[in-house]
Design a protein around this ligand. Structure first.
Ligand code: SF4
Ligand code: SF4
Ligand code: SF4
Length: 893
C-alpha cells in the first residue's frame, strides 16, 4: 500500500494513501474529538466535532477529508476551538447527564469529548432548555433505547442501513424534536428490527445499551454454538457466570458481526432447566420397558429443579451408579439391537467417540444424527459425484466465495433467518455488484436484493433448475472447454434435457419461460458463481435429485472447479463435523465406507476390534426398527427426538417400545419423558473441543465456565461407559489425544487437492409425495424463524418473546374462498393432524399456498413424511392441508 507524508500537530507521519485525516490521526494515537465517526461505517461528517485546521487556515471535517502528500494539519487551534466548542456545548446541554448511573460510564465518547474540551457543567447550564423527558423504548428484550441520552450521531441508523441492511430505524421529527425511531414511531420490537445488536455495540453513548450486559473479569475466545456459520465470539465471565458476549473481529468467518442468537442467546447456559445430576427412573423393574412404562413427569420437571424420585419418577444418583446401571443394561443389547443418535451440537471429538462407541463397544453401525432430517440429500448428492471431501477444507472461505462471486444462486434457503451472518455476506456481495438469483416459492427477505426471484410451486425446483440447464445447453452458453476436459456423460445428459422443454417446465413450476431463460443466461454469464441451498431443496422425497440438479447447473457452466461455489447451508453448528467424524450408518470417519472390506480391516486394526460388516440404519430407519422391536436400546445424545422428528405419533410409539433408553443432554426435553437413565452433559461454554462450520473450517471452542452441577463433557461420559463395558481404546487424557487419533485414522482418507472428473446426472422430475386434492386443496410450506434454532433458543426468554407469532399466512384470494378473515383464528388440517393459529392475509403468500413459521414439533404433528429413497431424508417441507375458520370447526364439533 502506497505511503504518503503528512504533518499532524507538528509530527511527521508516513500515512496510508486513501486514508482520511481522522483515520490517520487515530492510527497514530492523535485524538480528534468525534461522535458520528465509526471505523466500520461510511463517514457522515454530521456532528462537526472532528474539524481540523489546514495550513491555509481552512477548517475541514477530518472524517471526510482524504490525506494528501505534504498536508500540514492542526487538530487544535483557536479557530478549531471557536467552531467546535459551541457544538459540543449544545450537545451536552441537550443530553441527560447522569453519567454516574449510566451503563456506558467510562466508555462514553461524549464523556471523552467533554474531558478533552474541558467543558464544565456550569458553562452549559445556561444553554439547557426545559425539556420533557422522553420515555425509554424498553420493548426489545435485549436492549433499550434512551432518547434522552441520544446525541443524534446517526451511527445506529447507518449501522442498520450499511451493515445489517435492514433499515429498521431512521431520524424522525424536526429541530429540537428530532429523534431516532422505527417506522411510524412504533416500539422497536414491533418494527422490522432483527435484534442483532450491531447498532447497540456501536452507539458511542449510553442511548442504546444491552439490558443484561455486565462487565466481565475474564474473556474467553470461542465459537457460537447455534448455526453452521460458526461465528467467533468472546464469552465474558465473572464469578463463573456468563455476563457478556461480543463478536470476535479477528475471526474471518464473521469479522465481529453476530446475529441475535450469537449476541444475546447464550442465556441457556444458566437455564434452570439444565440437568445437573445423573438420574435413574425409579420404581419397580427400572429400565425394562414393558414392566416400567414411561410415566408422566412429576410436578416441577419442566421448570426444574427436578424431582428426587418416587414411584416411576426420576431419582438423582451418583455417576458411578448411573453408569454402572447403563453398562449393565447395554451389555444385553449389543449388536443390531442397539442404536445411537449422536448430536450435531456436540464437538467433533465427542462425535468421533460416539461413533467409536457404537462400532467398537456395541458392535453396531446404527448411528445417525438429526443432520439426516435436513441435509442427508446434500451428503448423498455430493458424495455420488465424488465431490464431498473436496469441498473447501481448512482454507475454505465462504466469505471469499460469496463476496467474490459474480453471480449467486440461493435455492430454498431463507438465509437471512437461518444463517444471518452469511446473509450479510450475500447482501454485501450484491452491493458490490454480484447478481443474485433467488429460487423460493414464497417471498423471503433476501428477495429484496435479488435481480431475479423465481417462484416455483413448492417441490418443483428440479424441473426449474433442469429447465435452466436446458437453456444453457440450447443457447450453447455452457463451458465447453471445461466440459471437454473434465466432464463425463455430457451427451447422455444433453439428451435427458429433452424432458425439460420450457413449456413443460412452465406448466410444472408456474414460472414463465422467459423468466427461466433470463435466469439461466445470468447464471451462465456469472463466473465465478456460488450456489447456496438449504432445506427448501433437501426436505423433499426427491431431495437428493434436487441437489444434483443444482450440481448439474454448476458443472455445466464450469463453476464447480474443486467443488468451490457449492455451499449447502448446514443448519446446526457442527452438522458437517458430525458427518465428517463418521456419525453415519454407512461411513466411518472421513467418509470411508463401512461396506468396503479393505477399509473395514484398516479400522479393525486401528481400533483393535472386529467390526460389524453390515452398514447400519439411518435415523428414520432406526425409529422404524425400534417400533418393530428389532432395536431395543437407544442412546440419545443432545437431540429431542420426540419433538424433532416426524411424525410425532410414530416417534412416540418407538420411544415407548424401546426397552432401554439412555438420554444424555444439557437440558431435560420431551424425549427425556421416555428415558430410563438421564446423564447430564456440559454445555459448549463448559468444555474444550472443535466445531466444523459450513465451509469445513475446524474451529476450537474453549472452556469459559465450570460445568453446571455434576455435568460432564459428552466424550468423558461415553469413554467412562466404554471402560465399564470392558472396551480398550477409550483412555484419553483430553481432546488433543482424541484429535490425534482422528487425524491418524482419517489420514489415508485425505484426497488429492484437485478433482479432475465430474459427471453430469440425467434426472427426471417427479412431483412431491404430498399433493393437494379436493379434501386438502392447499399446500402448507414452512419457514425458519430467526429466533428459533433447536432447543437452545427455547431456553432463552428474550428469544421466546421475539419469536414470530405462529401466523397462518394466506393469500387474500384463497382467504375469501375459504372464508378466512384477517386476524381471526383458523385451523389448518392435514391428513395426519391439525393445528390452529391466527390468520394473516398477505400477498407475499402465493395462491394455493399457506406459509407458517412453525416450531418443528408443531410441523411434526401435521405430517407423515415420505422418505427420499436415496438419503432417507423425510419430506417435511410441504404438506397438503385444508383451512377452516376456528369458529366454524368448533361449531362442527
Ligand atoms: S438491532 Fe440490528 S436490525 Fe435492529 S435496529 Fe439495530 S442494527 Fe437494525
Ligand atoms: S442512539 Fe446512539 S448511535 Fe443512535 S443516534 Fe443516538 S447516540 Fe447515535
Ligand atoms: S450467524 Fe449463526 S454462528 Fe453466527 S452468531 Fe448467528 S447463530 Fe451464531
Amino acid at each position: 500500500m502506497e505511503k504518503i507524508s503528512v504533518n499532524i500537530d507538528g509530527q511527521d507521519i508516513l500515512a496510508q494513501k486513501g486514508a482520511t485525516i481522522l483515520e490517520t490521526a487515530l492510527a497514530n494515537k492523535i485524538y480528534i474529538p468525534h461522535l458520528c465517526y465509526h471505523p466500520d461505517l461510511r463517514p457522515a461528517g454530521s456532528c462537526r466535532l472532528c474539524l481540523v485546521e489546514m495550513d491555509n487556515g481552512k477548517l475541514v471535517t477530518s472524517c471526510r477529508t482524504l490525506i494528501k502528500e505534504g498536508m500540514v494539519i492542526k487538530t487544535k487551534s483557536p479557530g478549531v476551538d471557536i467552531a467546535r466548542r459551541p457544538v459540543v456545548e449544545m450537545i451536552i446541554a441537550n443530553h441527560h447527564m447522569d453519567c454516574k448511573n449510566c451503563a456506558k460510564k467510562g466508555q462514553c465518547e461524549l464523556q471523552r469529548v467533554r474531558a478533552y474540551m474541558k467543558i464544565d457543567k456550569k458553562s452549559i447550564e445556561r444553554l439547557r432548555l426545559p425539556q420533557e423527558e422522553l420515555p425509554k423504548d424498553l420493548s426489545n428484550p435485549f436492549f433499550e433505547r434512551d432518547h434522552n441520552k441520544c446525541v443524534l450521531c446517526g451511527i445506529c441508523v447507518r449501522t442498520c442501513q450499511e451493515i445489517q441492511k435492514v433499515s429498521a430505524i431512521d431520524f424522525a421529527g424536526r429541530g429540537n424534536n428530532t429523534k431516532i425511531a422505527a417506522f411510524g414511531d412504533k416500539p422497536i420490537a414491533e418494527s422490522r428490527c432483527e435484534s442483532c445488536g450491531e447498532c447497540v455495540i456501536r452507539c458511542p453513548v449510553g442511548a442504546l445499551v444491552s439490558k443484561s450486559l455486565r462487565r466481565p473479569t475474564t474473556e474467553v475466545k470461542t465459537i457460537c454454538p447455534y448455526c453452521g456459520v460458526g461465528c467467533g465470539i468472546f464469552l465474558g465471565t465473572k464469578d463463573n457466570e456468563l455476563v457478556s458476549v461480543r463478536g470476535d473481529s479477528s475471526n474471518p468467518v464473521n469479522n465481529g458481526n453476530l446475529c441475535v442468537k450469537g449476541r444475546f442467546g447464550m442465556g441457556f447456559v444458566h437455564s434452570p432447566d439444565r440437568l445437573q445430576n445423573p438420574m435413574i427412573r425409579q420404581g419397580k423393574g427400572t429400565g425394562t420397558g414393558k414392566d416400567n412404562p414411561p410415566s408422566p413427569l412429576p410436578d416441577g420437571w419442566q421448570a426444574g429443579p427436578f424431582s428426587k424420585g418416587g414411584e416411576n419418577g426420576f431419582g438423582e444418583v451418583s455417576w458411578d451408579e448411573a453408569l454402572t446401571t447403563v453398562a449393565k443394561k447395554l451389555k444385553k443389547y449389543k449388536g443390531e439391537e442397539f442404536a445411537i443418535i449422536a448430536s450435531a451440537k456436540c464437538t467433533n471429538e465427542e462425535n468421533y467417540i460416539a461413533q467409536k462407541f457404537a462400532r467398537v463397544v456395541m458392535g453396531s453401525n446404527n448411528i445417525d444424527t438429526s443432520v439426516r432430517l435436513c441435509h442427508g440429500p446434500s451428503i448423498a448428492a455430493l458424495h455420488s459425484i465424488n465431490s464431498f471431501l473436496w469441498q473447501r477444507g481448512d482454507k475454505g472461505d465462504f466469505k471469499d466465495e460469496i463476496e467474490k462471486a459474480s453471480c449467486i444462486l440461493i435455492a430454498g434457503a431463507n438465509i437471512t433467518r437461518s444463517h444471518p451472518v452469511l446473509g450479510l455476506r450475500v447482501k454485501k456481495a450484491v452491493e458490490n455488484g454480484a447478481r443474485l438469483i433467488v429460487i423460493n416459492p414464497t417471498e423471503i427477505d433476501i428477495c429484496r436484493f435479488a435481480e431475479i426471484w423465481l417462484k416455483p410451486y413448492p417441490g418443483t425446483d428440479l424441473a426449474l433448475i433442469m429447465g435452466m440447464c436446458k437453456v444453457v445447453v440450447d443457447e450453447e452458453a455452457h463451458d465447453n472447454s471445461f466440459i471437454e476436459r473434465h466432464v463425463d456423460k455430457f451427451d447422455d445428459f444433453k439428451e435427458s434435457l429433452e424432458d425439460f422443454s420450457l413449456g413443460r417446465v412452465e406448466r410444472i413450476t408456474g414460472v414463465s419461460r422467459d423468466v427461466v431463460e433470463e435466469a439461466a443466461r445470468i447464471f451462465a454469464k456469472g463466473k465465478p458463481s456460488a450456489v447456496l441451498w438449504d432445506t427448501g431443496i433437501t426436505q423433499y422425497s426427491q431431495g437428493t435429485n434436487n441437489v444434483l440438479s443444482l450440481i448439474n447447473l454448476s458443472i455445466l457452466t464450469g463453476n464447480i472447479k474443486h467443488s468451490s461455489g457449492l455451499i449447502p447451508l448446514w443448519g446446526q453448528n457442527n452438522a458437517l463435523g458430525t458427518c465428517d467424524m463418521g456419525c453415519l450408518p454407512d461411513f466411518y470417519p472421513g467418509y470411508q465406507p463401512v461396506a468396503d472390506p479393505e477399509i473395514r480391516k484398516k479400522f479393525e486394526t486401528s481400533w483393535g476390534k472386529g467390526l460389524n460388516t453390515k452398514p447400519g440404519l439411518t435415523l428414520t430407519e432406526i425409529l422404524d426398527a425400534t417400533l418393530e422391536g428389532k432395536i431395543k436400546a437407544l442412546y440419545i445424545i443432545g437431540h429431542d427426538l420426540f419433538s424433532g422428528v416426524a411424525p410425532s405419533k410414530k416417534v412416540k410409539g418407538a420411544l415407548e417400545k424401546a426397552k432401554f433408553i439412555v438420554f444424555q443432554d444439557i437440558f431435560y426435553n420431551e424425549t427425556a419423558n421416555f428415558a430410563h437413565v438421564m446423564l447430564p452433559a456440559a454445555s459448549f461454554a463448559e468444555k474444550e473441543g472443535t466445531f466444523t462450520n459450513t465451509e469445513r473450517r475446524i474451529q476450537k471452542i474453549n472452556k469459559a465456565l465450570e460445568p453446571v452441577g455434576n455435568s460432564l463433557p459428552d466424550w468423558q461420559i461415553i469413554c467412562d461407559l466404554a471402560r465399564r463395558l470392558d472396551s480398550n481404546g477409550f483412555d484419553f487424557n483430553g481432546i488433543e489425544d482424541i484429535m490425534s487419533e482422528i487425524s491418524s485414522i482419517t489420514a489415508e482418507a485425505d484426497l488429492p487437492a484437485q478433482q479432475e472428473r465430474f459427471s453430469l446426472t440425467p434426472l427426471q422430475y417427479k412431483p412431491p409425495a404430498e399433493i393437494s386434492d379436493i379434501d386438502y386443496p392447499l399446500i402448507l410450506t414452512t419457514e425458519r424463524d430467526i429466533y428459533s434454532e433447536g432447543f437452545l433458543s427455547k431456553k432463552v426468554e428474550g428469544l421466546n418473546i421475539l419469536r414470530t407469532k405462529e401466523f397462518i399466512n394466506i393469500n387474500p384470494k384463497d382467504a375469501a374462498d375459504f372464508e378466512i378473515k384477517d386476524g381471526e383464528m383458523a385451523r389448518v388440517i392435514s391428513r395426519w393432524g391439525e393445528i390452529s393459529g391466527e390468520a394473516r392475509l398477505t400477498g407475499a403468500t402465493p395462491t394455493g399456498l399457506i406459509t407458517m413459521d412453525l416450531l418443528e414439533e408443531k410441523i411434526n404433528q401435521l405430517i407423515n413424511p415420505v422418505l427420499d429413497p436415496i438419503s432417507k431424508t423425510p419430506e417435511t417441507k410441504i404438506c397438503a392441508v385444508r383451512i377452516v375458520p376456528q369458529k366454524e370447526s368448533q361449531h362442527d364439533e
